[in-house]
Design a protein around this ligand. Structure first.
Ligand code: PBG
Length: 347
């Protein structure tokens, strides 16, 4: 196109009204009020679950280098943050411990210690902030010397032996005040075994959030820095976490978890697996959650820090996408930041 024709534009007018029969999709997008009026998915603080990393000590906030903006909290600091989260309307937090190296062993014994970091945090948060839900992670990896989620025999992860320990771990956490048990280990049968143990103990009101479709993902890297398992992890987790190529298999996993007594299901990671969220929500109508994992967070933050993308907009867009895909809520490290923006009317 030369200068002249641009200056004289429009030289030609296409007869769009005839072509589309008068349908013009842009009408509803014309102004902010109209876009708000026809908006399908919405975000509220109620949709957010905040994963928090715990560390030993008092008054400690340790930045996690690969997750800019995320810190590990000592229990006293975690309590303050839980109070702030409740204030912001965030319904629940999820606790993950950075276990001191000296307390890690082959079978993850520290997971059963009623005074471990997670249990102490549960008690402290329950007492100080009774109105926030506490989700605890059931898995052995923060406690094992090899960084795997189960007990090992040579290079193998033993399923049934691991499940027996996970059941005990879940009971210890409930005893400490956990409201929702969230097994992230991907052993077969663990949801049913935990549900049965809860029932046997008369713990009829404890919710179970199953990590139903948890994939063997490269996007967990920064999380493994946060709980210090990257350095020690031997091999990978492909014999228990799902193959990223599989979708139908997620439906089978969900069917089992639901039959075994899950109250809610989850897909993890989030953004590369929006199709799985949609399929599970569509097939089972269960409360369905997405975990926007550490690598997803790091990608957005890293690009934003370099000035390559607008971090706030990318954050909000990514979270809205989960809602649009059918997720009832999202575990996200952005939770307090988004909740604050929502409260300030910025979203
Ligand atoms: C392990 C666990 C992982 C995450 C939560 N629980 C990582 C893994 O499977 O190695 C990842 C969360 C994240 O990346 O934000 N039980």
């Amino acid at each position: 196109m030369n200068m002249q024709s641009r200056d004289n534009a429009p030289a030609n007018t296409a007869d769009v009204s005839r072509i589309t029969g008068g349908r013009r999709m842009r009408r509803n997008r014309r102004s902010d009020w109209s876009r708000r009026m026809v908006r399908e998915a919405r975000l509220s603080a109620n949709d957010l679950i905040w994963p928090i990393f715990l560390t030993e000590g008092a008054n400690v906030r340790e930045p996690v280098a690969s997750m800019p903006g995320v810190e590990r909290f000592s229990i006293d600091v975690a309590v303050k943050n839980a109070a702030e989260a409740a204030e912001l309307g965030i319904p629940a937090i999820a606790l993950f411990p950075n276990t001191p190296p000296g307390l890690r062993d082959e079978v993850g014994s520290e997971s059963l210690n009623p005074k471990n970091l997670v249990c102490q945090a549960c008690r402290a948060i329950k007492e100080a902030v009774p109105d926030i839900g506490i989700i605890t992670d059931v898995a052995l990896d923060p406690y094992t010397s090899h960084g795997h989620d189960g007990v090992m025999a040579g290079a193998r992860i033993l399923n049934d032996e691991t499940v027996a320990r996970l059941v005990e771990q879940a009971l210890v956490q409930v005893e400490a005040g956990a409201d929702i048990i969230a097994p992230s280990d991907m052993m077969d049968g663990r949801i049913g075994a935990i549900r049965e143990a809860l029932e046997d103990a008369g713990l009829l009101d404890i919710q179970v959030m199953a990590y139903t479709a948890k994939y063997a993902s490269a996007f967990y890297g920064p999380f493994r820095d946060a709980i210090a398992t990257n350095a020690t992890l031997i091999g990978d987790k492909r014999t228990y976490q799902m193959d990223p190529a599989n979708g139908a298999e997620a439906l089978m996993e969900a069917e089992l978890d639901i039959a075994e007594g899950a109250d809610m299901i989850m897909v993890k990671p989030g953004m590369p697996y929006l199709d799985i969220i949609w399929r599970l929500k569509d097939a089972f109508s269960m409360p369905t959650f997405a975990y926007q994992v550490s690598g997803e967070y790091a990608m957005i933050q890293g690009a934003a820090q370099n000035g390559w993308i607008d971090g706030d907009r990318a954050m909000v867009e990514s979270l809205l996408a989960f809602r649009r895909a059918g997720a009832d809520g999202v575990l996200t490290y952005f939770a307090p930041r988004v909740a604050r923006m929502l409260k300030d009317g910025l979203i």
